[in-house]
Write a protein that binds this ligand. Structure first.
Ligand code: AMP
Length: 624
């Protein structure tokens, strides 16, 4: 195991590197924390007011980019250029977010495909990774200003339900922001750590983490054994939180004023002041039984009892999710040892009392519920830095392991700093019709292009039955055993053909070389990301060109001559655009093509469905 447990924190990366920061990259707000005199603390902004940085990015004139409170002010004034809730887009394709499109006030490119989402701001196209990197950079600057030294290593938290793609996207965002992301930690795990839960390796406990924020609700059931946190189940609602409480109060205020929702839309500034008053009322009712405010010179009074009656069904929905999470974990409420409260909305007394009653025990709530995840991230960072000596650190992979995909891109399967032993896999497909063999080249390293990484070996999966491109399902598994041997196994799922190799990733590489590979990946992050962006745009364009030709062929009878000619012209323009080295040029050509062909595709689909229905009707009649 010694070969694997190389400590990259040693020496070669400089003095300021002793500090590892903890970051809570949230949907609504983000925070940065560190260990100060043995205590985790969150860092406040320059004004000394708040530890929260709104997770909002505003693109202003003259390429000016603002993050946080300043960006938040632009939400109403300049919605098209103000990006919020980017976390909801991380690692997602258009298909994944189709249903929630209406929620975003900015332009998300919708081409109805499985490629990853992009956001258009002015004439540029941004990935959620790039947008998140802006938020992370702001957090990095915030802590560097306070500590008066550069920081470059971080632990970042993500929801327990985040999949591989979403975790990798978060790592990439860190890298782009100039941060070496040592570990991605589950938010509920961080929250438990903040309360010191799990720090004693002798402890074995069952924990429920109840997280009610501004717009999302999560419940996670964790099993902690010998310092290892296992997520048994998660449940929740990605559109339930404090914003819904605010809306309940808005309704109550409007009732008192004898107005309807339309009044909010008709007068934007009135709408804004009612919304602000609603949140203020809600917060005040967490501390007192009544609240009196004025709006447009008129008095409104809301009691806590009336508020609680109104939001009771919302709270009940969270308890139903808790029930489901317990059932999925195969546990009952009375088996839970500790309940940890996370998120600003858990300050509402009804929430606290209901959760406490549901689990039949007092809840952990002395820490600031907005900060608890970031505090836990700082504690995890401190453990990684080796400052908590009595804690056992599990062996980890020193460099990422992955395979080469189209265009020479590195696709990481086991990210660096993952626990060993480890097993991870992903499904791939072919890019050429009738492809019988597939070369699988295994690489180690942090760069986006395999040519900059270290090749560990390759093999060929032979005997794939000839099928159209995209149809074969090739499952690739990476199995890293406790001795540091990596087995890479490829299997075509339809035919069952299989091939594998065994590799020792740490053979022939020393500690300095590994540290250098890591440093290179951070110093080249910007250019790597640009190359990756360009290659991905070209791949997307190529797929679209193939699909476009097929579309014209299949719908020859449905499309007019004019439509066919226009589509052909746009396909030629896209082909031309793929030669550009500017990804935005390619994205623009993709967008223009999609905008033109989407209505045609819908019409073609309608005609096909009608024909099919018609066919059915006829056969029904004759059969009767
Ligand atoms: P988070 O996403 O965890 O930052 O939570 C933010 C949510 O917590 C927002 O909906 C806030 O209005 C809400 N919140 C903050 N303070 C309070 C409070 N004192 N009482 C009730 N809700 C609060």
């Amino acid at each position: 195991m010694a070969l694997i447990s190389i400590n990259l924190q040693d020496g070669s990366v400089g003095k300021d590197q002793d500090l590892i920061i903890g970051i809570d990259l949230g949907t609504t707000n983000s925070l940065v924390a560190y260990m100060k005199d043995g205590q985790a603390v969150c860092v406040k902004g320059g004004d000394g007011k708040s530890t929260l940085v709104p997770s909002i990015v505003h693109f202003g004139p003259d390429n000016r980019i603002d993050v946080g409170d300043i960006a938040k002010e632009q939400l109403v004034k300049d919605p098209g250029n103000t990006i919020y809730s980017v976390k909801r887009l991380m690692g997602k394709s258009y298909k994944d977010i189709e249903e929630i499109q209406g929620y975003f006030g900015y332009k998300i490119l919708d081409d109805d495909t499985e490629s990853l989402v992009k956001v258009r701001v002015k004439d540029r196209y941004y990935t959620p990774v790039e947008l998140s990197a802006h938020i992370l950079r702001a957090l990095k600057v915030r802590i560097e200003d306070v500590l008066k030294m550069p920081v470059s290593r971080a632990v970042i938290t993500v929801p327990a339900y985040f999949n591989d793609n979403q975790r990798q996207a978060t790592r990439d965002a860190g890298k782009l922001a100039g941060l070496d992301v040592l570990r991605i930690v589950n938010e509920p795990t961080a929250a438990a750590l903040a309360y010191g839960i799990g720090l004693d390796p002798a402890q074995s406990e069952l924990i429920a983490v109840y997280d009610l924020g501004g717009g999302t609700f999560d419940i996670s059931i964790l099993q902690i054994q010998e310092g290892v946190f296992e997520v048994l189940s998660t449940n929740g609602d990605t559109f339930l939180g404090g914003d819904d409480f605010d809306r309940a109060i808005t309704t109550m205020i409007l009732e008192q004023l004898g107005l309807t929702e339309e009044a909010l839309v008709a007068d934007k500034s009135f709408g804004q002041s009612v919304r602000l008053l609603s949140e203020e009322t809600k917060k005040a009712l967490s501390a007192s039984a009544h609240f009196e405010g004025t709006v447009n010179g008129k008095k409104v009074t809301i009691s806590r009892a009336a508020f609680e009656k109104k939001v009771q069904p919302l709270v009940q929905r969270t308890l139903d999710a808790c029930k489901n999470a317990l059932a999925d974990a195969g546990r009952t409420a009375d088996q839970i040892d500790k309940v940890v409260m996370v998120g600003g909305s858990t300050r509402v007394p009804l929430v606290k009392d209901s959760v406490s009653t549901f689990f039949g025990k007092p809840v952990y709530d002395n820490l600031n519920p907005d900060e608890v995840v970031a505090l836990g991230a700082a504690i995890q960072a401190d453990i990684l830095a080796g400052n908590q000596k009595d804690l056992l650190l599990l062996d980890v992979t020193p460099l990422s392991l992955g395979i080469e995909t189209v265009g020479g891109l590195m696709d990481t399967i086991i990210p660096r700093n993952s626990k060993v032993p480890n097993k991870a896999g992903r499904q791939y497909t072919t890019s050429v019709d009738g492809q019988k063999n597939l070369k699988i080249a295994v690489y180690q390293g942090e760069r986006d292009l395999v040519e900059h990484n270290r090749k560990l070996g390759e093999f060929i999966l032979r005997g794939i039955p000839p099928m159209p491109a995209g149809l074969p399902k090739i499952d690739i598994q990476f199995i890293l055993n406790a001795d540091g041997i990596l087995t890479v196994r490829a299997r075509e799922l339809r035919s069952g053909v299989e091939q594998q190799i065994d590799i020792r990733p740490t053979y022939g590489i020393n500690e300095e070389e590994m540290a250098q590979m890591l440093l290179d990946s951070i110093s080249h992050a910007q250019e790597d990301m640009a190359v990756r962006g360009l290659l991905e745009a070209r791949n997307e364009a190529r797929n679209l060109l193939l699909a476009g030709d097929k579309f014209l062929e299949q719908n020859n009878a449905i499309l007019s001559e004019e439509e066919k000619a226009a589509t052909k012209d746009l396909l030629i323009a896209l082909e031309e655009a793929t030669k550009s080295t500017d990804k935005d040029v390619i994205h623009h050509a993709i967008e223009v093509l999609n905008t033109y062909t989407t209505p045609l595709a819908h019409r073609a689909m309608d005609v096909t469905i009608q024909a099919a229905m018609h066919g059915k009707d006829v056969s029904g009649e004759t059969g009767a």
